[in-house]
Structures are given as C-alpha cells and as structure tokens.
Write a protein that binds this ligand. Structure first.
Ligand code: BES
Ligand code: ZN
Length: 604
C-alpha cells in the first residue's frame, strides 16, 4: 500500500522498474520493429537500419533506447511520409548495461529509423570462420540475445516488459541461409535475401537470427530441423518425439500459439543447451547423443512456448517466472511421455545441481525474487531460478493436488497470454486464484518465504529416485570389489553414479572403472563432463588428453566452466588450463569467454 502511494506521488508506472534497461516504456513504447540488415562475414558486422512504430503515452519528445557496442550513423523521423534527419545523443558506457541512445522524436512523428552497425565484438553475436564449422566451407553466425544482448545487435528498448512484433529483411552471401525467430521457409533455395515476419508480440530478448550453410528436414507437418548437413539426419532421429511433446503439452496447458515449432542445431560453440527463440528453438549439438537420453532439453525449450514466451518475466529479477515454471512443465512433459521413473531421475539430478550451486552462492543470491542491482544477469546465472522455482511449484502441486494445480496453471497461461508479469503480480494472482479457493492449505507467509528468503524452506520437497537408490546400493558393492550391473543403466544412472562416487575413491578404482566402461572416451557429452570433472579432482592423468580435446571442441558454458573452475584450484592445473583456454578462446562465444576468463584470470 505504502509503496503504491509513493509510486503515485512520484508519477511512476504501477509496474516494477526494470533496472537493466534505459527504456522509459511509460512515456513512449515501440510496438513494432522493421529490421533491414546485411550479414557481413568479412567485417563480422551486421549493417543496416531498424525502424520503429511509436506508441506515445505522454508528451515526451525523446525516445530512450538501449545500445551496447553499436555504431549509430544517423536517425530519421517519418513526418508527412518523408524521412527527415533528427538529432540523437549517446550516454556514457555502463559496464553491464551499455549506453543509452536518446533520439529526438518531436511530437508528431509516428515512426523513427536508426541507421547503425554492430561491432565484431558484439556480446550477443558469434561469428565462426569456415574452419570452425563442421562443413569447413562456409562461415556461420548466430545471436544469443537473452538476457540483455539484443542491444548489442539492435538499438532497442531492451526490457522484457516490452512486447513488439517484427518484420525483417536479411541479406547474406549467396548460398547461405538466414533463419530467425519468425516464419522460416522450408524451401531449398538460397537466394541470399530473406523476408521474415513475427506477427505475435514478443519481448526483445526473443529476437534471434542465424546464418550459415543450413539444410532442413521435416519431422512432421509443423516440426522441422535446421542444421549443417553433417548432423541433420542424426538430429531428426534424436528429436523425433518433438511432435508428441507438443501434443502432450497442449493437452495439459492449452493450445500451442506459435504456429510452427522448428529446431535449429548450432555449432558446438553455442553457449547454452538451448534457447527458446519463438518458432525456432536454438539447440546445442551436444545433446545429439544417439540414444535420445538428453531430450528433456527439447521439452524444456518447448515448454517456454507457454512459460516465458507467452507469459514473460517483467524484469530479470523475476527470471524464476520463466525458468522455474519451464523446468516444472519440462518435467511434466517428460513424465507424461516417458514415465515417472525417468522424470524422477531428472528432478533428482537437478536437485543435486541446485544444492551444489547453493553451496557456492552468497545466501542473498539464492533468493527467487533476486536483488540484482545493476549487476549483469549473466554474472548471477545459477540453478536457483530453475530448480528452486520448480520445487516451489512442485510444493504447490503437492499441497493443492494435481487436478486443482493443473487447472490453475492452464488458466494462468490463458489470463497472462502475451503479457509480462512481475513476482508481485504473480503473488496477487496466486492468492486470488489458488490460496483463497482452498483456505488453510498454504499461507501467504510461506509463499513469501519461498519467493523472498534465501535457501530452501524446511518443508520443501526433497526429490528422490528409486532408480538412484539402486545405483547407490550397487556402488557400495562395487567399492568392495563386486561387479556393476550396468546393462540397463541410462545416461541418468551413470550421471548419478559418477557424481556420487566417494571423493576418496582409489586411483585403482578409477582405472578399473575406466577399463571396464571406457569412460574417458565416452561420446555422451554429459557423462564425459561428469567423468572429466572427477578426473581433475582425483588427478587421474589418463583422462588429460581427452579433457584437452573436450575443452577445445565444446563451448557450451555449462559443460566447460565447471571444468575450468575445478582446474583453477591448483597452480599446476591452472597453468595448464590457461594454455588450453588460450588455444580454445577463438572458438568460444563471447559469453563463454567472459565467464571462464573470470575463473582463470579473475581475483576470485
Ligand atoms: N532461456 C534459457 C537460457 C538462458 C537463460 C539464457 C537466462 C540467458 C539467460 C534456456 O531455456 C535454458 O534454460 N537452457 C538450459 C536448458 C536446460 C535447463 C534443460 C541450458 O542451456 O542448459
Ligand atoms: Zn529455460
């Protein structure tokens, strides 16, 4: 109550401020964008212009945009159907937010156009030489805009509280294909100019582009895979269950609202597992394992079509609204399609990752509605918004029962469709639509504990898995010299096994494991990661060369940074890691570079 009075007096909007954007959405917003860009691989730049439709909410004559590392050439206004030059100024460089761009928009113009080019160092783009691709003949580029990197390739009101539609004309060298988070064509032609439309309003961090020597293969009528030829068939096989995932999610949470759902397989330097760019999820090739064991990633990115893309976090303090809901929905999809045993194992693996992260985080950074200040959201990335957020929803599901909770969620996706929502808005909605309907089940103070206190509430769900209990029993027998029965083990059991081996395991037992199961050379990227991390801790030298080649060929940050973090703990390993890093660096994405340089050269 007090805060809303203060807000009124100050003339501020009712919604929570987004401290990570210079945009002043309550004065003027930009509901539509027309992009016209040329992809210049030689200069490693995007060049062209962005045109915005203006929606004026007060008498302001200035538009505040976010930029980072952009060169602004000129700005124009559309007045009486004529483009006329207008003044602009750039603010000082802020280390995490970039620079504000203030454009004079007068009081009558309905459109504004910015001519600009990106820097080769743009934080939201990666440029790969032909040698860095699998095909070796053509270059490749892609964007990763979430959370605040759109501003490094488009001057934009870069806040997730904004929603905009977009059209784009993209020019590439002939023979290459450009794709976007929009209506991609399945045609085989590669004319070098491509038109896109995204008619549904999306937040700016979901604008995405990639260009390269891409081929396409349909999985079903509305699902296709885009990839370099070398992995196209394997990826189409790996992700064959995607159409069933869509049907399952629709049955639980309402219609899929984005028309097609395609997958783009990126080069191994893609810094994330996946990114939920609408209509076209971006996917790491490291989940194409040949046994469909890592397809929860697809369930996750698909789930964002409801949680995140349809109902969006209003600021990066509310990231759990995207990732916690999505992790919950992901696990429900996995349960519906592959059964409770697998879903439980995945939840238990996530829980262990959460506990590991919470151990190294400051208590205040384990809060769901986190206080970021103006820190860069990338610097605070952890499992907290994912798994703690997911456990919060599992908790509510257990308290209210699945039927009631499913109905609540379905209605939530309907009521907030194409809107951005803050933690405070969610709390009000939750109280009205769930807590008050069945009083004395969960108190508001319990909700506040989940959302605003560090750590986990005492009565938080503690995920367990029968399958993992059996793995632990086998481990005990094996440690005493017995045999392991692993023929029925999936990737999940192996991960649990390796992650829970006693840290005083003998060198002899390490070698014995490797001899029997060839773990050093295993091709599954997640199992290899777990094994290599243990090998560093245990100083198991036979894995050294494999560790080097792993770090040189994979750039997915979740798979490489825990290895560098472990290596940085001893001076010999740190020296070795720095050498490997310098060799790997040209192939790493800017995000992977920043995070790992902090680990190897930072003062922490
Ligand atoms: N949207 C995220 C990636 C992201 C989050 C980028 C925040 C930048 C800021 C994506 O959906 C994601 O969560 N990917 C995970 C998938 C995993 C949890 C299955 C990943 O990349 O590991
Ligand atoms: Zn996600």
């Amino acid at each position: 109550m007090l805060s809303s009075i203060v807000a009124l007096v100050a003339g501020q909007p009712a919604q929570a401020e987004d401290v990570h954007s210079y945009a002043r959405l309550n004065q003027v917003s930009t509901p539509h964008l027309e992009l016209n860009l040329t992809v210049d691989f030689e200069a490693r730049q995007l060049k062209g212009h962005a045109t915005y439709t203006l929606a004026r909410h007060d008498k302001t004559t200035q538009l505040y945009l976010d930029t980072s590392d952009l060169t602004i050439e000129r700005a124009e206004l559309l007045i009486d159907d004529q483009w006329q030059p207008t003044k602009f100024t750039l603010g000082d460089v802020h280390p995490s937010l970039g620079r504000e761009l203030i454009v004079d928009i007068g009081s009558v113009a309905k459109q504004v156009r910015i001519h600009y080019q990106t820097a080769p160092t743009a934080s939201g783009l990666q440029w790969l030489t032909p040698e860095q691709t699998a095909g070796k003949k053509h270059p490749f580029m892609f964007s990763q805009s979430q959370p605040i990197h759109s501003r490094s390739w488009i001057p934009i009101q870069d806040s997730p509280a904004l929603r905009l539609t977009y059209n784009a004309t993209i020019t590439t060298p002939k023979g290459l294909l450009a794709v976007m988070s929009a209506d991609n064509s399945l045609s085989d032609e590669r004319p070098g100019t491509y038109e896109f439309a995204m008619p549904q309003p999306i937040p700016p961090y979901l604008i995405a582009i990639a260009a390269g020597d891409l081929a396409v293969k349909s999985i079903s009528e509305n699902v296709a895979v885009f990839a370099e030829q070398y992995i196209l068939e394997d990826a189409a096989w790996e992700f064959a269950d995607t159409p069933a995932m869509i049907e399952t999610t629709e049955a639980m949470y309402g219609p899929y609202r984005w028309d097609r759902y395609d997958l783009l397989i990126l080069p191994p330097s893609f810094p994330f597992g996946g990114m939920e760019n609408p209509r076209l999820s971006f996917i790491t090739p490291t989940v194409v394992s040949g046994d469909r064991s890592l397809v929860n990633l697809i369930a996750h990115e698909l789930a964002h079509s409801w949680s995140g893309n349809l109902v969006t976090n209003a600021s990066w303090r509310d990231l759990w609204i995207n990732e916690g809901f999505t992790s919950y929905v992901e696990n429900r999809i996995m349960e519906a399609l592959f059964g409770e045993r697998r879903a439980n194992m995945e939840l238990a693996l996530g829980y262990q990752d959460l506990l590991d992260d919470m151990e190294r985080l400051k208590p205040q950074d384990t809060v769901l509605n986190i206080d970021l200040g103006t820190r860069h959201p990338d610097d605070v990335f952890s499992q907290v918004p994912y798994v703690k957020g997911q456990l919060f929803l599992v908790y509510l599901e257990q308290k209210f029962g699945r039927d009631m909770f499913d109905k609540f969620l379905r209605q939530y996706f309907e009521d907030f469709a194409f809107q951005s929502i803050s933690t405070e808005q969610f709390k009000k909605y939750l109280k009205r639509q769930l807590l008050d309907k069945q009083p004395d089940t969960v108190t508001m103070s319990k909700i506040n504990e989940w959302l605003h206190e560090p750590g986990l509430p005492e009565d938080a769900p503690k995920p367990t898995s029968d399958a993992f209990t059996q793995v632990e029993q086998q481990m005990q027998r094996w440690l005493k010299g017995g045999q392991l029965q692993t023929d029925k083990w999936t990737t999940h059991e192996w991960l649990h096994f390796i992650n829970n081996l006693p840290l005083d395991i003998s060198a002899n037992n390490m070698a014995r494991l490797d001899r029997e199961f060839n773990l050093t050379n295993i091709q599954n990227s997640e199992i290899a990661h777990a094994w290599l991390k243990l090998a560093i801790v245990k100083k198991y030298e036979p894995a050294r060369e494999r560790l080097r080649s792993y770090l040189l060929t994979i750039g997915r940050n979740k798979l490489v940074s825990p290895l560098y973090r472990e290596l940085a703990k001893t001076s010999d390993n740190l020296k070795w890691a720095r050498e490997v890093y310098q060799q790997a660096k040209p192939g790493y994405h800017p995000l992977t570079q920043t995070v790992n340089e902090a680990l190897l050269y930072g003062d922490n």
